[in-house]
Design a protein around this ligand. Structure first.
Ligand SMILES: Nc1ncnc2c1ncn2[C@@H]1O[C@H](COP(=O)(O)OP(=O)(O)O)[C@@H](O)[C@H]1O
Ligand SMILES: [Mg+2]
Length: 311
């Protein structure tokens, strides 16, 4: 439902940012539609936090444009701030107050009535497994509890666009899954979620669309399924008793396709164990990024055009 009157939730064109001589963002382009869960996926140091900081008006870009809910982040930062919410607000947490008091205070500051603020705090404490801790001073919290309170605070008011910078880093498996549920329910209610992650599984589980950040640019973007398809389809593999690969036959994953692949293996006469290998986001990531921070996809394109020139 895209029309001229509803701009994308996030629109980034040619965004550049460097620190000293170190270029972090080198012409970043991305668009997030309203109501989408969008994951910016990249290794440590790729520029994910820098991107979020620019979109949440904390850092000024060197060049390019970025809008959130149609509003330019450089021209009208105050208007942008009214429409977003961002995690990492631990600095705003008062250690002397209890978790519950912190939540109620923020809810009151955000314009909720005293009664609504109390209800919201109770609900959020429960959602983030802090009900027992709610009456204790934040100064006594463990690192994990602080992290959950920090997340709870970012959900006090449902924003138009919620930015979550590596929301599940440092959480245990159970809290991670609970947070995924919270994010999904917000998305269902219409909030746009822009999250960053180093966890491929997380992007795969949550995101409608993923952009892979490497070397300061988006090296690939699309649905999790489309990204997987880019790396290649499913393969039927035949392994010997030692697990060594004997044969592999590409397949489309359909029943008839699998049957044909098995026939091919059967006719080859080789004996072994059959498995179906589906590309994971790890494969996507490995195929599209490189440890030196330059997009391997770019390198491949350069290689391909060099080959064309030779031919
Ligand atoms: N304020 C800053 N001053 C200097 N360098 C910075 C600053 N912020 C980030 N960087 C550098 O920019 C690069 C990208 O950082 P960041 O955006 O935090 O990456 P990510 O969140 O993907 O791990 C890193 O090399 C980091 O050291
Ligand atoms: Mg970061």
């Amino acid at each position: 439902m895209s029309s001229r009157s509803t701009p994308p939730a996030v629109d980034v064109r040619g965004l550049r940012k460097g620190f000293g001589r170190h270029t972090v963002l080198d012409g970043l382009d991305l668009t997030v539609e309203r109501g989408e869960v969008f994951a910016l996926l990249g290794p440590n140091g790729a520029g994910k936090t820098t991107t979020i900081n620019i979109l949440t008006t904390l850092v000024r870009p060197d060049a390019g444009t970025a809008t959130v809910a149609g509003i330019d982040v450089v021209q009208a930062p105050e208007q942008v701030k009214q429409r977003i919410s961002l995690t990492g607000q631990s600095a705003a947490v008062d250690d002397v107050l209890t978790g519950n008091e912190n939540l109620v205070m923020l809810a009151r500051l955000s314009g909720l009535s005293a009664r609504a603020a109390r209800a919201r705090a109770t609900e959020l404490l429960e959602r983030f497994a802090l009900t027992d801790a709610g009456a204790k001073r934040v100064g006594t919290y463990s690192g994990g509890m602080r992290r959950r309170l920090d997340l709870a605070l970012s959900f006090v008011v449902t924003p138009e666009v919620l930015f979550l910078d590596e929301p599940t880093t440092g959480l245990d498996t159970r809290s991670r899954r609970e947070l995924w549920d919270v994010i999904r329910s917000l998305a269902e209610a219409g909030t746009t979620v822009f999250l960053t992650t180093q966890y491929l599984e997380e992007a795969d589980q949550l995101a409608d669309r993923i952009a892979v950040l490497d070397g300061g640019c988006v090296v690939a973007s699309g649905t999790p399924a489309a990204l997987k398809a880019r790396v290649g389809g499913d393969t039927v593999e035949l392994h010997d008793a030692h697990g060594d690969l004997l044969r592999e036959v590409p397949t489309d994953g359909t029943v008839s396709g699998l049957r044909r692949a098995l026939d091919v293996l059967d006719e080859s006469g080789a004996e072994g164990v059959v498995t179906l290998r589906r590309p994971s986001l790890d494969d996507v990531f490995l195929a599209l990024t490189s440890s030196d921070g330059r997009g391997r996809a770019d390198a491949r394109e350069a290689e391909a055009s060099a080959l064309k020139e030779i031919a």
